[in-house]
Ligand binder design. Structure first.
Ligand SMILES: Cc1cc2nc3c(=O)[nH]c(=O)nc-3n(C[C@H](O)[C@H](O)[C@H](O)COP(=O)(O)OP(=O)(O)OC[C@H]3O[C@@H](n4cnc5c(N)ncnc54)[C@H](O)[C@@H]3O)c2cc1C
Length: 433
C-alpha cells in the first residue's frame, strides 16, 4: 500500500491531525479496534480553554503546579495560547458545548483548577468532540479509515521513517509506504489490571519506538485517577469524573467522615485515598453526590448517574464506592513542539507522545486540548516540510515473518514498555539520591 500520510490511531489526535492536513494529500488512518473504541470517546469532564487574558497566568500556574513544576513551559504556553483556535475548529465541525442562557459558552471547574475554565457537554464531552471529528473525516474524500487494523512496526530507511507494517482485519500483514508516519495510538492502560482505559490500548507505538531506539521520556509518570467506581472483577474501570467533585461531591471514609480536600491534584488525592483505605482496611472509599443538586446531576452527569444505577447505586439517594485506577500516561515518545520524534519522518501525538506539557502529573481536562493542539502542529509541520521532501521512492525489504505470531509480538511489546517504565523509574530514583 502507498499513501502520503499514514496515521495510526482514530482517537481525537489522529482524526484532528488528518483533518488539518490538506485535501490534496492521501491520508490513511487505521484503528486497532473499531473507529469509536478509543479513550477520546470516554472523556467525561471536558476540555480546557483560555477564557480570557485575565486567566492566562492562573491557568499556566495551575498546569505547572499540578505537574510539580516539571512541565515544559513552552509546551504549556503553546497549548493555552492555541486553545481558541482549536475550539473555533471544533465549533465549525459541529461540536456542541454547553451554553449559558445568553448563548455564551458555559464553563465548569475540576480539581486543581483555580477557576472555571473547562468546556463540557453533559458528561460525554469526549464523545461529542470525537464523534464530530469522525463524521467530518468520513466526509473527506482524501481520508481512508480502516478499522481492526494494527500497526505492528515502522519501516526505517537510512535512519528515516518511510512507512509501517500493519496487520489487517483478516490477520494478513501488509506494508504501507508513506511520506510521513504519525503515531496516535493513545495510552498504556491495557497493560494494567485496573484502568479506565480501553483494554486494547497497550502502548504499542511506544514499544515500536523503544525497539527502534527512538527517545522516550517520563515513562514512569503514570497517572492514577482517584475516583473510579468500585466493582469486583470488572474489565475497564468506570470513571467518576473529577468534575463531580468540582461540582461539590464529598469523599468519606468507612465512618462516613471526610478525610481529604476533594479538589487536591490527582496524585495527592490518590495517595490520601490509598492511605485511608489502608487505615480502614477497605477496598474503596465512599463518594457522596447527594451534595450536588438533583437538577445538576440530571443535566450535567446523566451518564454517570445512569451507569451507577446500572451497578445498583442511586447517586441521588446513596453514596457510591470509589477506588483509584490507572488513568493517564504523562510520558511517552519524546517529541518537540511540532510533535516530531527523534526519527525523521515520524511524528507522535496525543497520549502516545510526550512534549512535557503535563510534567509529572496532568491537570484535569488538559489532555483533550493538548492532543488537539499538538496534532494540529504535526499536520502543519508535515505540510510545510513536504514541499521539498515528498519522495515515495520504494520501501526496503521487510522480513514479515517477525510479525506472524501476533500473541508473541504483543507480549514482547508489553514487556518492552513495562521494562522501560521500570528502568526510567529506577534511574530517576538514583538521580534524586
Ligand atoms: C475514562 C476517561 C475519561 C477521560 N476524561 C477526560 C476529560 O474529561 N478531559 C480530558 O482532557 N481528557 C480526559 N481523558 C483523557 C483523554 O481522553 C485522552 O488522553 C485522549 O483522548 C487521548 O487521545 P488519543 O488520540 O491520544 O488516544 P485515543 O483516543 O485513546 O485513541 C487511540 C487510538 O489508537 C488506536 N491504536 C492503539 N494501538 C494501535 C495500534 N497498534 N495500531 C493501530 N491503532 C492503534 C486505538 O484503536 C485508537 O483508535 C479521559 C480518559 C479516560 C480513559
Amino acid at each position: 500500500m502507498k499513501t502520503d500520510i499514514f496515521i495510526a490511531g482514530s482517537g481525537c489526535s489522529g482524526l484532528y491531525c488528518a483533518l488539518k492536513l490538506p485535501a490534496d494529500k492521501q491520508i490513511l488512518v487505521i484503528s486497532k479496534s473499531d473507529l469509536e473504541s478509543n479513550d477520546s470517546y470516554l472523556a467525561q469532564g471536558g476540555m480546557c480553554m483560555l477564557r480570557d487574558e485575565d486567566d492566562y497566568d492562573a491557568y499556566f500556574e495551575d498546569t505547572l503546579k499540578a505537574g510539580h513544576y516539571e512541565n515544559d513551559r513552552k509546551s504549556v504556553e503553546i497549548m493555552i495560547r492555541s486553545s481558541h483556535d482549536v475550539v473555533d475548529d471544533l465549533l465549525e465541525y459541529g461540536v456542541d458545548f454547553e451554553r449559558e442562557e445568553d448563548g455564551s459558552l458555559a464553563f465548569t471547574k475540576e480539581g486543581a483548577h483555580s477557576a472555571k475554565r473547562v468546556l463540557y457537554y453533559e458528561d460525554i464531552t469526549g464523545k461529542e468532540i470525537t464523534s464530530k471529528l469522525l463524521a467530518e473525516a468520513k466526509r473527506r474524500e482524501n481520508i481512508t479509515l480502516m478499522e481492526y487494523t494494527t500497526v505492528v512496526d515502522i519501516i526505517e530507511k537510512d535512519g528515516r521513517c518511510v512507512g509501517a507494517v500493519i496487520r489487517t482485519k483478516d490477520g494478513g500483514l501488509e506494508t504501507v509506504e508513506a511520506e510521513d508516519v504519525v503515531l496516535a495510538c493513545g495510552g498504556i492502560g491495557g497493560l494494567y489490571e485496573h484502568s479506565t482505559n480501553y483494554r486494547h490500548l497497550t502502548g504499542d507505538a511506544i514499544a515500536i519506538a523503544i525497539k527502534h531506539g527512538i527517545e522516550c521520556k517520563d515513562m514512569d509518570y503514570v497517572q492514577i485517577h482517584p475516583t473510579t467506581l468500585y466493582a469486583e472483577g470488572e474489565g475497564r474501570s468506570f470513571l467518576i469524573s473529577e468534575s463531580v467533585r468540582g461540582e461539590g461531591a464529598h469523599l468519606y471514609n468507612k465512618d462516613m467522615e471526610r478525610f481529604a480536600d476533594e479538589l487536591m491534584p490527582r496524585d495527592r488525592l490518590t495517595n490520601a485515598i490509598h492511605e485511608q483505605m489502608e487505615e480502614d482496611g477497605t477496598d474503596y472509599v465512599w463518594e457522596d453526590m447527594r451534595t450536588i443538586p438533583e437538577e445538576e446531576i440530571k443535566s450535567h452527569f446523566p451518564n454517570i448517574a445512569a451507569k451507577c444505577m446500572e451497578m445498583g447505586y442511586d447517586v441521588t439517594k446513596e453514596c457510591i464506592p470509589v477506588v483509584p485506577a490507572q488513568h493517564y500516561f504523562m510520558g511517552g515518545i519524546k517529541v518537540d513542539h511540532e510533535s516530531r520524534t527523534s526519527m525523521d519522518g515520524l511524528y507522535a501525538i496525543g497520549e502516545t507522545a510526550c512534549n512535557g506539557v503535563h510534567g509529572k502529573n496532568r491537570l484535569a481536562s488538559n489532555s483533550l486540548l493538548e492532543s488537539l493542539v499538538f496534532a494540529g502542529r504535526a499536520a502543519r509541520d508535515i505540510m510545510e516540510k513536504s514541499e521539498n521532501d515528498n519522495d515515495l521512492s520504494g520501501l526496503p525489504e521487510v522480513d514479515m515473518t517477525a510479525y506472524e505470531d501476533a500473541q508473541a509480538l504483543s507480549e514482547e511489546y508489553s514487556r518492552l514498555v513495562l521494562d522501560e517504565i521500570k528502568r526510567q523509574a529506577e534511574e530517576r530514583k538514583k538521580n534524586v539520591r
